[in-house]
Write a protein that binds this ligand. Structure first.
Ligand SMILES: Cc1cc2nc3c(=O)[nH]c(=O)nc-3n(C[C@H](O)[C@H](O)[C@H](O)COP(=O)(O)O)c2cc1C
Length: 189
C-alpha cells in the first residue's frame, strides 16, 4: 500500500483546505497509508539558516519540532499532497516555512544537490483562493512544487480553486471535487 503524506498549510480549521482534507482522507481510506501534518495544530518553525544540516550526510535538522520528527516520513513516503490557501499571491507563510525546512535534504556534495533516499516521489498541491487570477496562482504553485525536488519529489501536479473565500464552500463545487479526486488518483497511480 502506498504511503501518502498530506500537509495542510491552512490556519482555518473550518476552511476549505480542511474540508478537502476530510474528503481526500475518506477517498484514500483502505487504498493508502495516510499521514496528515496539519501545520495549524503543529509546531513547524522557520528554517534557522544555520547550515548545521550541511555537516551531516543524512536529512536532519537541529531544531526539534514536528517538521524534524517527520523527516523520515518525507524521505520514505511515495507521495505528498499539499493543501493550502493562497495568501497574497503566494503560499501561506506556514507552508513556506515547511518548504524552507526541506533545505535539510540539500547536500552540495551530491551532483543533484539532494541527500534524499528516494528521488522518485510524487507531489501535488491543491490551493484554494478567493478572488485572484487562477492561472497565475497555478504557475506559482507549479514553481513552488519544483523546489521540493531536493527532498526527492520529482513528479508534480498543481491545481488552484478560485472563488473559494467562504469556509467550506469548496464542497459545493463539483468541478473542484472532481479535480481533487483526479489528483488523488494521480498520486496513487
Ligand atoms: C492573509 C490572507 C491573504 C489572502 N490573499 C489572497 C490572495 O492573494 N488572492 C486570493 O485570491 N485570495 C486570497 N486570500 C483568500 C484565501 O486564499 C481564500 O479564502 C482561501 O479559500 C482560504 O482557504 P482555507 O479556507 O483553506 O484557509 C487571502 C486570505 C488571507 C487570510
Amino acid at each position: 500500500m502506498k504511503k501518502i503524506l498530506i500537509v495542510n498549510g491552512s490556519k482555518r480549521l473550518k476552511g476549505n483546505s480542511y474540508a478537502l482534507e476530510a474528503h481526500i482522507v475518506k477517498q484514500l481510506k483502505g487504498r493508502a497509508e495516510v499521514i496528515c501534518l496539519d501545520i495549524a495544530k503543529k509546531d513547524v518553525r522557520p528554517c534557522l539558516a544555520c547550515d548545521a544540516c550541511k555537516q551531516q550526510h543524512i536529512p536532519n535538522c537541529i531544531q526539534k519540532d514536528d517538521f524534524t520528527a517527520l523527516i523520515p516520513e518525507i524521505d520514505n513516503c511515495d507521495a505528498m499532497l499539499l493543501l493550502a490557501p493562497v495568501h497574497w499571491d503566494q503560499l501561506p507563510a506556514q507552508l513556506k516555512a515547511f518548504l524552507d525546512r526541506t533545505y535539510s535534504f540539500m547536500d552540495f556534495t551530491q551532483l543533484d544537490f539532494s541527500m534524499a533516499t528516494r528521488k522518485d516521489k510524487k507531489i501535488a498541491a491543491f490551493l484554494c483562493s478567493g478572488f485572484g487570477p487562477v492561472p497565475v496562482y497555478t504557475q506559482m504553485a507549479e514553481a513552488n512544487l519544483k523546489l521540493f525536488a531536493t527532498a526527492g519529489f520529482r513528479n508534480s501536479m498543481a491545481h488552484v480553486a478560485g472563488d473559494a473565500n467562504v469556509p467550506g464552500s469548496i464542497m459545493e463545487k463539483p468541478e473542484e471535487l472532481k479535480a481533487a479526486d483526479e489528483m488523488v488518483e494521480w498520486l496513487l497511480a
